[in-house]
Design a protein around this ligand. Structure first.
Ligand code: TRP
Length: 344
């Protein structure tokens, strides 16, 4: 049967809990796409990819699988509508990776700007784990296994996607039109693509910089983090005119309350002078809590039954594995290595 729906696949490395940068930049769009009913949605917890630079700490990855799954489910990803699965549980992905490795040259991997940056960040310059250098190839397996047309990702992933498209084209050129060429999808809200961290506009919110508000943070922690947030260093007295550019609090208001008329009013007042940071921060806390409170409630409920979460992931992984096996069979047939298959 021909599948008429477009297929979406995306995933996250389970190296920590998800934060409001993930929510703004990706999770909320995934939920909207899922609920539109227009797509076949696959959401993958990329534990194998996470292990490529965490081989010495598999416990961290293992623990965060549950955290990421809880984050997914509490924002509204729904296992009755989307297939949510664990990468390492799909054997076909490993074999696809091996076949695609023959289509990629070492120099091409070494020139990938995202990989270059990540190598620096991790101090791998002198000695790069092979699995890490080659994760873009494994990512091509993740994407093509499910015939994904659309891959929602952050901007940093665009070079990886470009490399994956090259792999698809190389494969199809050699062996016939088998693989679907994927397209990266960025969030339409440009500001949401790069939510800054709490300490200033220059750094993106990220697990490694410890500058985020997590979906699982308590109301007290959210309040404390907002109160410590970077604003306008020249806005010293309440009466001073304040700047909203480069001001993290206003950046967040734009992303999380874009159409709120009250925000326009607050901006105007702040720039004119006479409005203190604390007032604006309290308003932001209200905006964030409106989003986070229901997520937090669902998360607490779901966290009571980890076995049920694992059952969801197990069923998702079984379904995903069946789909990936079909692609693998086509790939083997196309290369011509299905030696013992009668139909060949
Ligand atoms: N590389 C992605 C990240 O770090 C995670 C990922 C792994 C992924 N496999 C994928 C994303 C396939 C999209 C499609 O965020």
């Amino acid at each position: 049967m021909v599948n008429m729906k477009k297929v979406i696949l995306t995933g996250d490395r389970p190296t920590g809990k998800l934060h409001i940068g993930h929510y703004a930049g990706s999770l909320r769009q995934r939920v909207a796409m899922q609920n539109s009913g227009e797509y076949d949605v696959y959401i993958m917890i990329a534990d194998q990819q996470a292990l490529t630079d965490n081989a010495k700490d598999p416990a961290k990855i293992r623990e965060n699988i549950l955290e990421v799954a809880l984050d997914y489910l509490s924002v509204g990803l729904d296992p009755t509508k989307s297939t949510i699965f664990i990468q390492s549980q799909i054997p076909a992905l490993y074999e696809l990776t091996i076949h695609y490795q023959n289509l990629v040259h070492l120099g091409r991997l070494q020139r990938n700007p995202t990989i270059k940056t990540e190598i620096k960040e991790r101090g791998f310059e002198k000695s790069i784990p092979v699995g890490f250098l080659t994760y873009p190839i494994a990512q091509a397996a993740d994407i093509t296994a499910f015939n994904a047309n659309l891959v929602p990702v952050g901007e940093d992933q665009l070079p990886i996607l470009e490399q994956d498209r090259e792999i698809v084209r190389a494969f199809n050129q050699l062996y016939g039109d088998i693989l679907v060429e994927p397209e990266a999808v960025l969030t339409s809200d440009e500001k949401a693509r790069r939510l800054p961290g709490l300490r200033g506009i220059d750094d993106k919110m990220s697990k490694s910089l410890n500058n985020g508000i997590y979906l699982s943070d308590s109301p007290e922690i959210v309040q404390q983090k907002v109160m410590e947030m970077f604003t306008d260093p020249d806005h010293i007295r309440v009466d001073d005119p304040g700047k909203i550019e480069g001001n993290v609090v206003f950046y967040y208001l734009d992303v999380f309350a874009p159409d709120d008329p009250k925000v326009a009013e607050i901006k105007e007042h702040y720039q004119r002078g006479g409005l203190g940071d604390v007032v604006v921060k309290k308003y932001l806390i209200g905006v964030l809590e409106k989003i986070l409170a229901p997520i937090r409630m669902r998360r607490e409920e779901l966290a009571k039954d980890p076995a049920a979460i694992y059952e969801i992931l197990k069923q998702g992984s079984e379904k995903a594995s069946n789909v990936a096996n079909e692609t693998l069979q086509k790939v083997r047939d196309a290369i011509g290595i299905s030696y013992f298959d009668k139909s060949n």
